[in-house]
Structure formats: structure tokens, C-alpha cells
Design a protein around this ligand. Structure first.
Ligand SMILES: Nc1ncnc2c1ncn2[C@@H]1O[C@H](COP(=O)(O)OP(=O)(O)OP(=O)(O)O)[C@@H](O)[C@H]1O
Length: 944
């Protein structure tokens, strides 16, 4: 409020104090104040008006005295080098000067209204709406001011509200998102937990089922081990206790089964071994007895062959005994393996027994070997003895035979005696011979007797040897008997040791078995005590099973519930989001509306910027990085980097390169449509050659631009309103080339036209001789447009060159008559495709080109001057300085609605031109044409 009252006091003071002589200073001050804008880019707030010092005022004056458009006019004459030296400095100055005095402030608004009111009061004008004389300027100014301030305050409030809503919306969104995330996380965790619980429970159930089945099969397992404190400790503890009990149970059952089996096997083995041992001992005893008998028989002088056989048999038996010993050893080993497990004592005992048996075996083996060697010796001796005896017997037999033969000789001697008696001489000789023979025979006999004697002696000695040998044999036999006795004793000892070992082993097994039985009894006792618990557990298990079965349903139900909750939460959030978004959109629309209203009130020229996309050739040429770019976050901002410096330009709207023709048209559609309500609208495309002006305005055959779309939209609207309004549309097309106006719809487009004041005294401009075609359909308009285009093309020597060197102007005049009241409104739509704004002088153009450049520059400079005059609200606006501005006077003047479309080529090589265009655009932004006014002719109003 304080600011408001301060402002009012200041306004009154200014109003009553100042007169024409001080106007300039006032303007400068106003400009300075107008420039003040809050740092956040909002339009200037009035409260700081007093705060700005005289220094601001001085700066403003300086800025105003430096007219940027003067620079352009100097361009033709000044040299390139001079300019390049000064460019930086001038640009800086321009930067500072930009926006001075143009910002919409209450004071400027007030001033314009004051001036308007003063003019009206001077002319004695009446209010066109009410027909009453105009109010006192002060009152109207104050009322305007108040309404403006009201609007402004409302707008501020709405902006604040919108900001608040937006921040609240953001907070709400983030909170909802967080909530949603938390819910999702909790839900996922719950699902995971439930699944793991189900898995563990399923495992427990399957185990329990298996156990139950085993129990049902009669396996006496320590099922009581399965018992555990149920439920109270929770499912988790239950699972753990079940697992541990299960482990203990299975371990115990295995142990018991193993012990049972061990005990049985050992019992069987023990019995079998005992039987085997007994049997073997019996067999050994029998064998020893047999061997004793055999030895006895040997001692009795049984034949050598039998002894051999006996020895062989004994050896075989010994082998058998060895084998049986091996078997016994194997069995003992098996027994040791069977009982190898836990009782270490048994293992040790078995080991001892085995070593003992091995020692015994070794001793037995030694003894058997000794016995065998003795037997072999004995057999050899017997053989020798028997051989000798045989030899002696044969000799004796031979001697006896020879003796008997000698004894049978006497008949031969008798024959010799007889012969001697019969024949004496001869008988004497014969007797002598016989006696001789008898002597010889006697000698032989004596020799034989001696021989017999010798033989008898020999026989005697051999008999003595035989007796000696027999004695030796008996000695050997005795020795063998002793050895056998020893062997028997050892065998007995061994047997005793074996029996002792078996006894010890069986005792040990018995003890172990007893121990196992005791353990089993203990386990059984535990089983008995745990049996009731097991029964309880069974019931618990049953209930648990039931719980588990019902858990799935509960779980499903919980899931569904959670899902429903989530859905409803999401629905709520999305609903709230939607509401907030709608609200936000409404707020944004409202804000835009108020902003537009504000602009409309101020009558600002709206400046739109369109960035041309890179063509395929440009993209292939590697020019993808562009120095001019739009800010995606702020659709009113465009930045350009030039010589390492980045400049930001704030415009009303910036279209990205990918913006479509439709998007561009949608932005300007409301303005175009206001023609139907009696407004003058002008849309002009500005930019260097090739930046897309013609594309935006005319478009291409399959993608029309603003011109065609505007006409189409106007026709659609006229069609829609045809019951209420009657419209008539006329169209004209001109081209301005080298400051000459040519009619593009005329039969002879070469004819030069001129702009003149309408002789009807309305103060309106007209072009005498300009063809204005009444059109009543879109088709006809299209025909006219193509005719104009054709004429322009036919007229041009080089169409492309020409098109960029001339301004094309399409004017549509619409007169609407309200069928009910008869009120007439007249609107005008000027659609202008300007010539390229580039600096042709740079190329050193000569002749025709120089003339073209000069005329383009002249017209564009004139446009700049007009803009500057409008911006600074000069009393005189130099519309007549060029054909272009003169033609556009209705559209650029007060009460008109104007849109400037700045076309920008984002290429590096064009950045200088682009920055120039953007600077010009920013200046145009600041132009205030005042509130748009309708052209209404109520003279034709009917009596209703
Ligand atoms: N937004 C766009 N999308 C696609 N192509 C475009 C766009 N803007 C311009 N072009 C293309 O760029 C080329 C030059 O465009 P255009 O002729 O409209 O430029 P201009 O500024 O009118 O040039 P001049 O001043 O010489 O008439 C044309 O081929 C046109 O099709």
C-alpha cells in the first residue's frame, strides 16, 4: 500500500509540476524507471520507482541519444575495418541501451493514457462507445492506473499462487512418489519374506511327512527328538528347532542301526569263528595223531616209499593248515574291519590278536620246516642204510652161491682116481695130473674159503654198521618224537592262545554289545518319555499343517488387499496428480491469459523466433554443433555464442528447429482470428537469406505455412459464424523491389504503384490501382495465391535471387457485418515476407546488386527507425521513409496487433547475422503500440 500511495503522490507531483519543456527529461526518467525490472525477469514492479537515482536517468539519456539504427544507416558509407574496430564497443553500448524506456511500467502506461486523453479533450472527441464526452484526463488516467494496478496486483497474486501451487504440487508429487516407492519396497519385502517362509515351511512339512511315514512303517526312530516347543517361539524358531531335532534324530537312528548291525554281524562272526577254530583244532589234533601213527609205523621199518608218501602227505596237510590259518586270519581281519568303527579298544585287541596269531604262525612254520628237514635227513639215512644192506645181502647171496658150487665139485675128483687105477703108466700120469688138478682145486678151495672168511667178516662188519645205523635211526626217531612233542605242545599253546584271544574278543564284543544295549535302552527310555511330546507335536504339526494350508489363502487375501490398497493409493495419487496438473495447467493458462492481456493492454509487438533445422547437406558437412541454440527449459530464451562470448536473448517465444508449421501457426492463431473482430494484424518474417522466412510464411505445397493456414482458419471461423455474421474478404498481393511496388495480381505486374492517403478523408492509406480481389472461398484464395506467386516468378529473372531481394506482402481485408445489429467491423491481415536482412555491402556488390542492397537496407532501416520511434514513443514515427513502412503503417501503428517472426539460421558462418537479427528482435520486443483498437463502424447499426 505504501508503494501504491507513493506512486500516486509521485504521479500527481509529476503531472502538475511538469510541462512540455520538461517532457524529455520526464521521458528519460520514465524510460529509466521502465527499464527497471526485477532480477527474475518479471515485468517491472512499480514500488521501486523512487529508488532509482539520477544516475539511471543519465544512463537512459545516454542510451537514448545513441540510436542503434543510426549504425545501420552508417553501414553503407563506413568501411568494414572501421566497423570491425568499433563493433565490440558499439555492441556493448547497444546491450546497455537495449530495453531502456521500453519496459512496461505504470508510469509509461499513465503517460500514454494522459497524452491520449489530452488529445481527445483537445479535439473535443466523444467516447465512441458511450457517445459521451471524454472524462477529465486526470480521472481517466487515475482510473486506468488503478485498474492497471489492480490487474497487476491480481497478476502478481496469481503468479504467487501459481508458484505456490507448483511448489506444493512438486512437494506433493515427490511425497507421493516416495510413499509409492516405500509401499512398493515394503510390498516386495513382504512378498519375499512370505515366499521364504513358505519355502522353509514346505521343507519342514516334507521332512515331517517323511518322518511320519517312516514311523508308520515301524521304524523305531527317536521321533521324540522331533519334538520341539511349538508356535510360541514363532515359526522361525520352530523351523530351526525342527532342523536341529531332525539332524539329531537321523544321527541317532543311524548310530543305532549301525550298532545293531555291528552287533549282529559280530555275533555271527564270533560264532562262526569259534566253530571254525574248534573244527580246525579238532582237525589239527586228528592230523597230529595220524602223523604220530605214521611216525610209529616208520619207526617199525615201513618202506621208504611209504615214508616219502607220508612226508608228502604231511607237507600237503601243512599247506592245508597254512591255508586254514590264512582263512582264519582273513576272518579275524574281517572281524576287525566290522568292528573297526568306534570302539578303539576292540580294534587294538584285534590287532594284538592278529600279531599273536602271526607270531604263532611264524613259529609253527619254523617248527614245521625243522621237522621237515629232520625227516629229510632221516629218510636219506634210511635210504643209505637200506642201500648198504641190500648191497651186503647181494654179496652174501653171491658168496653163498659160490660156496655151494664149490661144494658140489667132488664127483670130478673121484673120476680122476678111478682113471689112475685102470691104466697104471698112463694112470700114474693121469693120477699125477689129477692130483695136480686136485691141488689146484684145493688151492682154489682154500682161496675161496679165505674169501668166504673175508666175506663173513665183511658181513659181520656190515651187520654191525646196520645195527649202528639202526641205532642212529632210533636216535633220530626219538629226536623226531621229541620234536613232535614240542610241536604238539606249541600247537596246544597256540590253540590255547587262540582260544584266549577268541574269548577276549568275544568278551570285548559282549561288553560293547552290552554297552550298546544300555545305550539302546537309554534311547528307548528317552523315546518313551518323548512319546507324549511326540503326540503333542503331532497335533501341533497337524495344526501347523492346517495353518500352512490356510496360509496360502491368507497370503493371497493379504496380497489382494495390499494390491487393492496400492491401487487405491496409486489411484488417489494419480487423481491428486491429475487434479494438481489440471490446476497447474489452468493456472498456467490463466497466467498466459493475463500475460497476453497485459501485452495487449500495452500493445507490445510479440516477437517469435524460429530456428531453422540443419539441412542434410549441412549435417553431412559436419556442422552439427551450432552456436545458436534454444533453451529447452525456457521457451522464451535463445543463446548465441560469438567470439567466445555467449549472449542470451529474451523473446516471447522461441521455436526449436524441430517445431512444425502447425505448432508455429497455433501460436499465432488467436491473433490471426482477431482480424474477424475488426483488428489490424500484421505478421512479418524477418531474417537473413535462407533462414526460412518464405518457408514459414508460404511453406511448401505439402506443408503450407502461415499464409495458407491463416486463411484456412479464418474461413473455417467465418463458416462457423455465418448465421450471425456476414463476411466479405478481399485480397491483394504486392512486391516491393528496389523501392518499387508492383501488383502481383494485376494483369500487368510491371506497373509501378504508389501508396497514397485515401481521398475519402478517413485518414486511411491506399494504393491506387492495386488489384483487390473479392474472394468467397478458400479455393479462390489458393488460386489467387498461386497467381501471385507465378507472377512474382515470371517477373523475376532469377527467382531465388529475386525472392530474397524483394519484400512480399499479402493483405487480406475482412469486413464483417453483425446480422443482428448491422454493426460492421473491418479487420486487416498483413502477411509479410521481408527481403534478406544480411549485409550485402559486405560482399562488395556493384551495379544492380548494389542498388538492390541499398534499397533493402533503406527499407529495413526505415523499419528499424519506425520501430525505434515506436519504442521510444516519439511523436513522429517516420512511416513514410520507405515504401515498406508506409504500406505497413496501419499494421505497425497504434492499436494494431503485430507479430514479428525472426528466422535464425543456426550455422556457425551465419552467427554474426543471427546476432544482429536477435538484437533487432529484442528491440522490437520493447515496442508498445498501445492497446489494440477495433475498427467498428456502427453507422450501419440497425434499430433492434
Ligand atoms: N523449418 C524448416 N524446415 C525445413 N526446411 C526449412 C525450414 N526453414 C527453411 N527451410 C528450407 O531452407 C531453404 C531456405 O528457406 P527459405 O527460402 O524459406 O529462406 P528465406 O529466408 O525465405 O530465403 P530468402 O530470403 O532468400 O527468400 C528452403 O529450401 C526451405 O525449404
Amino acid at each position: 500500500m505504501y508503494a501504491f500511495y507513493s506512486l500516486l503522490v509521485y504521479i500527481f507531483y509529476t503531472l502538475f509540476k511538469k510541462d512540455g519543456g520538461e517532457e524529455e527529461e520526464e521521458e528519460a526518467e520514465g524510460g529509466a524507471r521502465g527499464q527497471q525490472q526485477p532480477p527474475d525477469g518479471q515485468d517491472g514492479a512499480p514500488q521501486d520507482c523512487k529508488a532509482f537515482s539520477m544516475e539511471q536517468s543519465r544512463r537512459t539519456k545516454k542510451a537514448l541519444s545513441k540510436d542503434p539504427w543510426k549504425e545501420l544507416s552508417e553501414l553503407d558509407s563506413s568501411s568494414e575495418s572501421d566497423r570491425s574496430n568499433n563493433t565490440e564497443e558499439e555492441e556493448e553500448e547497444e546491450e546497455e541501451g537495449l530495453g531502456l524506456g521500453d519496459a512496461p511500467t505504470p508510469l509509461t502506461e499513465f503517460r500514454s493514457l494522459k497524452a491520449e486523453a489530452a488529445v481527445k479533450s483537445l479535439l473535443g472527441e466523444k467516447d465512441p462507445a458511450s457517445g459521451k464526452p471524454s472524462e477529465s484526463p486526470l480521472l481517466s488516467v487515475i482510473s486506468h492506473l488503478l485498474s492497471f494496478l489492480e490487474h497487476y496486483a491480481q497478476m502478481q497474486q496469481l503468479q504467487e499462487q501459481a508458484g505456490e501451487y507448483r511448489s506444493r504440487l512438486r512437494k506433493e508429487e515427490s511425497r507421493r512418489r516416495k510413499q509409492l516407492r516405500g509401499l512398493k519396497r515394503a510390498y516386495r519385502q513382504r512378498v519375499k519374506d512370505k515366499l521364504s517362509l513358505i519355502e522353509s515351511l514346505e521343507g519342514v512339512i516334507s521332512e515331517q511327512q517323511g518322518l511320519l511315514e517312516k514311523m508308520h512303517e515301524g521304524v523305531k526312530l527317536p521321533s521324540a527328538c522331533l519334538l520341539y516347543p511349538v508356535a510360541a517361539a514363532g515359526v522361525h524358531q520352530l523351523v530351526e528347532s525342527i532342523n536341529t531335532l531332525q539332524g539329531e534324530r537321523s544321527r541317532l537312528s543311524e548310530e543305532v542301526t549301525g550298532l545293531h548291525q555291528q552287533a549282529e554281524v559280530r555275533e555271527r562272526e564270533k560264532q562262526r569263528l569259534a566253530g571254525n577254530f574248534h573244527h580246525q583244532i579238532q582237525g589239527l589234533k586228528q592230523q597230529i595223531q595220524e602223523r604220530e601213527e605214521e611216525l610209529e609205523r616208520l619207526r617199525m621199518g615201513t618202506g621208504v616209499t611209504d615214508s616219502e608218501k607220508r612226508i608228502y602227505n604231511l607237507t600237503v596237510e601243512n599247506e592245508g593248515l597254512k591255508q586254514s590259518l590264512n582263512i582264519t586270519q582273513g576272518l579275524l581281519q574281517q572281524l576287525a574291519t566290522v568292528s573297526a568303527q568306534p570302539p578303539a579298544q576292540l580294534v587294538k585287541e584285534n590287532e594284538d590278536l592278529r600279531t599273536k596269531v602271526q607270531q604263532l604262525e611264524a613259529t609253527l612254520q619254523k617248527k614245521v620246516e625243522e621237522l621237515m628237514s629232520l625227516e629229510v635227513q632221516m629218510v636219506r639215512l634210511q635210504w643209505r642204510k637200506e642201500e648198504e644192506v641190500c648191497h651186503l645181502d647181494e654179496r652174501l647171496r653171491g658168496l653163498q652161491l659160490s660156496l655151494e658150487a664149490q661144494k658140489s665139485r667132488p664127483p670130478e675128483v673121484q673120476y680122476i682116481t678111478k682113471t689112475v687105477e685102470v691104466d697104471s703108466p698112463r694112470s700114474l700120469q693121469a693120477v699125477a695130473e689129477a692130483e695136480e688138478r686136485n691141488r689146484a682145486l684145493m688151492e682154489q678151495l682154500n682161496a675161496q674159503a679165505e674169501r668166504c672168511q673175508q666175506l663173513a667178516e665183511q658181513l659181520q662188519s656190515s651187520e654191525e654198521t646196520t645195527a649202528r645205523l639202526k641205532r642212529k635211526i632210533s636216535d633220530y626217531d626219538f629226536e623226531i618224537a621229541g620234536l613232535r612233542r614240542e610241536l604238539l605242545g606249541e600247537i596246544n599253546q597256540l590253540e590255547a592262545q587262540k582260544e584266549q584271544a577268541i574269548r577276549e574278543a568275544s568278551q570285548c564284543s559282549e561288553n560293547h554289545l552290552q554297552h550298546l544295549r544300555e545305550q539302546l535302552a537309554g534311547v528307548r527310555q528317552r523315546l518313551d518319555t518323548l512319546q507324549p511330546l511326540l503326540r503333542g507335536m503331532k497335533s501341533d504339526y497337524g495344526s501347523l499343517r492346517g495353518q500352512v494350508r490356510s496360509f496360502a489363502d491368507c497370503y493371497e487375501a493379504a496380497l489382494n488387499e495390499a494390491r487393492q490398497q496400492m491401487c487405491s493409493a496409486i489411484g488417489e495419487v494419480s487423481h491428486a496428480n491429475r487434479l494438481l496438473q489440471e490446476r497447474c495447467q489452468r493456472e498456467v493458462q490463466l497466467r498466459k491469459k493475463y500475460h497476453d492481456q497485459l501485452l495487449e493492454l500495452k500493445g507490445n509487438i510479440r516477437v517469435l523466433c524460429r530456428l531453422k533445422p540443419l539441412s542434410k547437406d549441412e549435417q553431412q558437412g559436419g556442422e552439427v554443433e551450432t552456436p545458436v541454440a534454444a533453451d529447452p527449459a525456457d521457451d522464451g530464451c535463445v543463446t548465441a555464442s560469438y567470439k567466445g562470448k555467449e549472449r542470451t536473448f529474451k523473446l516471447d517465444k522461441v521455436f526449436l528447429p524441430q517445431a512444425t508449421q502447425e505448432e508455429v501457426f497455433l501460436e499465432i492463431e488467436p491473433l490471426v482470428m482477431s482480424c474477424l473482430n475488426g483488428y489490424n494484424v500484421c505478421i512479418f518474417a524477418y531474417g537473413q537469406t535462407g533462414s526460412g522466412k518464405t518457408y514459414t510464411m508460404e511453406g511448401v505445397s505439402d506443408n503450407p505455412g502461415i499464409n495458407q493456414r491463416a486463411l484456412q482458419a479464418l474461413y473455417q471461423e467465418m463458416e462457423a459464424k455465418r448465421d450471425v455474421w456476414k463476411y466479405s474478404v478481399s485480397l491483394s498481393m504486392v512486391e516491393i523491389y528496389n523501392e518499387v511496388i508492383r501488383d502481383l495480381l494485376a494483369r500487368d505486374p510491371h506497373e509501378k504503384l504508389d501508396v497514397k492517403l485515401n481521398p475519402d478523408g478517413s485518414g486511411q492509406l491506399h494504393v491506387p490501382g492495386l488489384t483487390s480481389v473479392e474472394v468467397d472461398s478458400l479455393r479462390q484464395i489458393k488460386k489467387m495465391l498461386s497467381l501471385g506467386k507465378r507472377n512474382r516468378a515470371t517477373y523475376a529473372t532469377n527467382m531465388n535471387e529475386r525472392s530474397s531481394r524483394s519484400h512480399a506482402l499479402l493483405t487480406i481485408n475482412i469486413t464483417g457485418t453483425d446480422l443482428a445489429s448491422g454493426i460492421q467491423v473491418t479487420g486487416k491481415l498483413n502477411l509479410v515476407d521481408l527481403a534478406g536482412s544480411e549485409r550485402v555491402w559486405k560482399s562488395g556488390a556493384q551495379g544492380e546488386r548494389l542498388k538492390e542492397a541499398q534499397s533493402i537496407n533503406k527499407s529495413l532501416l526505415a523499419l528499424g527507425e519506425v520501430i525505434q520511434a515506436l519504442r521510444t514513443k516519439q511523436a513522429h514515427v517516420p512511416f513514410r521513409n520507405s515504401k515498406l513502412t508506409y504500406l505497413l503503417q496501419d499494421s505497425l501503428g497504434k492499436g494494431s496487433k503485430t507479430i514479428m517472426m525472426v528466422q535464425i539460421s543456426p550455422l556457425e558462418k551465419n552467427v554474426g547475422e543471427s546476432i544482429c537479427s536477435l538484437k533487432f528482435a529484442q528491440r522490437v520486443c520493447k515496442v508498445e503500440l498501445g492497446p489494440a483498437s477495433r475498427r467498428i463502424d456502427s453507422s450501419a447499426q440497425r434499430e433492434v
